[in-house]
Design a protein. Structure first.
Length: 288
């Protein structure tokens, strides 16, 4: 198989059968995913390498020819969509029943430790760029909507531009204002317990148990070009970013994780991510 290539993103020759190799050496996401889509349309497997997927290569890559590669195959969404929905309904109902005592306790704790509503509510962007209402247990002090928007927007722009770095690790960090986090909120955020109300969004069909993280409306504008692939599937309560990225990766790396998940999505991979999420939550790894 031959394909148009450039010096930045090279499609190597087919080595065995219908196996194709694409190596991006500069982090050119646009060209990388264009080549991936082109190969998948013609059929066959695609194996990729890219600086944008460096963390995944270490964790999920397969050693071939002395280098690590990630497998990408076209996922038949129309064939398994109903089964994913049934899985989400069953698991979510069981979780809501099992966690109901915890929900009641958290409502009391959030209300007792800071002034304001129990839940933080906002609009987020989901599959097909459709909006829906998203709720979390409130973990931060309440400020005016204008102040909150302006601060979050500035912090997000800094994150996109790579300006928000940890002084000790030089790793990107999540967009939050530490001064506003409540005492109970620090605990909620560290172990991602503040995200539990999103089980209702899963039950309503707006989210899945596993998928890209929902983004705010002003963030969606930055997911242009190859990054738009995240909107092909429903956002998730957990996902590949929460397991392999969280507060440790930059904007383009996080977008590449989501894009990879869209291709890799399957029952077994989702189960793997859900199991890994348990370990991440219990250790609070990468949380802010």
């Amino acid at each position: 198989m031959s394909i148009e290539t450039s010096e930045e993103c090279e499609l190597t020759k087919e080595l065995t059968g219908n196996r194709n190799y694409i190596e991006d050496t500069t982090g050119n996401g646009e060209e990388l995913w264009q080549n991936v889509d082109r190969v998948l349309e013609r059929g066959g497997q695609v194996w990729v390498r890219s600086p944008l997927l460096e963390g995944l290569l270490d964790q999920l890559g397969v050693s071939i020819g002395g280098q690590r590669w990630l497998l990408i195959e076209k996922y038949p969404e129309e064939r398994y969509g109903l089964f994913f929905r049934l899985r989400d309904i069953v698991f979510t109902l069981l979780a809501l029943i099992f966690l109901s005592p915890l929900f009641i306790s958290l409502v009391i704790l959030v209300k007792a430790t800071s002034s304001g509503p129990v839940f933080y509510k906002t609009h987020v962007i989901g599959k097909g760029k459709r909006r829906f209402v998203w709720r979390k247990f409130r973990s931060m002090q309440v400020v005016s909507d204008t102040d909150d928007f302006e601060r979050r927007y500035k912090e997000f722009c800094d994150y996109v531009e790579g300006k928000r770095n940890s002084s000790s690790t030089n790793a990107p960090v999540k967009v939050i204002d530490e001064e506003r986090v409540t005492p109970i909120g620090r605990f909620l955020r560290k172990y991602s317990i503040d995200e539990l109300p999103q089980l209702w969004n899963v039950l309503a069909g707006q989210m899945c148990l596993v998928g890209p993280r929902p983004c705010l409306p002003y963030e969606a504008a930055y997911f242009s070009g190859w990054r738009e692939g995240r909107f092909k599937v429903k956002p998730g309560l957990t996902g590949i970013w929460q397991v392999f990225g969280r507060g440790r990766v930059g904007f383009d790396e996080a977008a590449a994780l989501d894009r990879y998940y869209v291709y890799r999505r399957s029952f077994l991979f989702d189960l793997y991510l859900m199991i890994k999420t348990i370990g991440v939550v219990l250790t609070g790894a990468g949380a802010k």
